[in-house]
Ligand binder design. Structure first.
Ligand code: EPU
Length: 337
């Protein structure tokens, strides 16, 4: 186990915010984590767990311990004609897992190609893109409860998944150690390319396959989202707001071209990127923070920004969307105060 004091988190958050934590603890196995927790090191201590740091905004130095998993296995634990169950360590890079599935011809996660972050966070955040969410493929999750030091198994239902939300997000005293995904074999598999511009983005005449979908999604994401290696960001900064149907209908009368997604229970999801774009924010810079010029949902670090600068820009955006559309948008990223 690696323990470093007074550690810079610059390389551990894709926003590129230069903050420090009191101690950084990296463990390589479930047993190492259990030993560390049962030693009492986290008792009466401020602590947090990070994954790839691709969904975080630090507003200041973190006055506590930051934990990070390096549990790295990818193992097929069950194979049937209909598909396989793959057990994956929380510290595996998410897209390495997607690449593994595509190579092994296991279907279900190809639409989630290139999402930054690690496997642990896929369950905490219920990551999603192009009509698929992690919840659609998660069979079960193993997590350690820091309060009693024990490891618990959660069925998909017990994870209480919702849009970018889960039991683990609501109960941060649980640390996800590993996730079992149920993938499908290709016989009878229905590829999902109906979402947004995916169908249009496929090469004309290109045969549908896990590889071609992965390639298309990588191209689409690269064209719309900044590469965290070049421009600091945390992907979508805001969640897409979900409103009651009458609210949507009133807005749609005024803005007939407004994009929307139908949701269950008479609800409608409206893209926050569109709302922010309509308020004129796309490509704008305030201090060293900005709104990405190809996608208004993404806030970027224009170079050397601190967390407070990004947060102040986010607050201005929330206020202008509220004023123009009477809709409250809220961050998707975790803001660490
Ligand atoms: N739009 C604009 N202007 C913009 C951005 C978007 O008019 O600046 C419009 C688009 O034309 C489109 C609609 O808004 O009609 C939706 O935009 P888009 O498909 O680009 O993104 P989204 O649906 O808002 C969500 C996820 C993304 C995910 C994509 C693809 C959230 C908060 N974001 O974005 O997830 O990749 O769908 O499925 O749900 C992430 O979570 O970090 C992330 C990138």
């Amino acid at each position: 186990m690696k323990i470093e004091k007074d550690f810079s988190l610059l390389k551990y958050n894709t926003f590129g915010i230069d903050v420090k934590c009191q101690a950084f603890v990296e463990y390589e196995s479930k047993e190492e984590l259990m030993d560390y927790v049962s030693s009492g090191a986290l008792r009466n201590q401020r602590w947090m767990h990070i994954g790839g740091g691709s969904n975080l905004l630090f507003l200041s130095d973190f006055d506590g311990i930051v934990l990070h998993s390096k549990i790295k296995h990818i193992r097929t634990i069950q194979t049937q004609e209909s598909g396989s169950v793959v057990s994956v360590g929380s510290g595996v890079i998410w897209d390495d897992f997607v690449a593994y599935c595509v190579k092994e011809q296991l279907a279900g996660v190809e639409n989630l190609s290139l999402i930054p972050g690690e496997v642990g966070a896929s369950a905490v955040q219920n990551i999603g893109a192009y009509g698929v969410e992690a919840k659609d493929v998660i069979q079960s999750v193993e997590a350690l409860n820091v309060e009693d030091g024990k490891v618990y198994g959660f069925t998909n239902k017990e994870c209480c998944f919702a849009y970018r939300d889960s039991f683990f997000k609501q109960h941060p005293n649980y640390i996800v150690i590993g996730v079992n995904y149920r993938l499908k074999s290709l016989s009878d598999y229905q590829y999902n390319i109906s979402y947004g511009n995916l169908q249009k983005a496929m090469q004309p005449g290109e045969e549908l396959s896990l590889e071609s979908i992965r390639k298309t999604i990588i191209n689409v994401r690269n064209s719309k989202l900044p590469d965290p290696k070049e421009i600091g960001s945390a992907g979508s900064f805001f969640k897409n707001p979900v409103v009651d149907r009458p609210v949507y209908e009133a807005l749609a009368k005024e803005y007939p071209t407004m994009p929307f997604y139908e949701m269950p229970d008479e609800k409608v999801k409206i893209p926050a990127g569109w709302l922010i774009d309509q308020c004129g924010w796309k490509g704008k810079q305030v201090g060293r923070a900005g709104v990405y010029d190809k996608q208004a949902l993404v806030l970027v670090n224009c170079g050397g920004a601190n967390g407070t600068e990004v947060w102040q820009l986010a607050e201005q955006i929330v206020a202008s969307v509220k004023e123009k559309f009477s809709i409250a948008i809220s961050p998707e990223v975790c803001v660490i105060k």
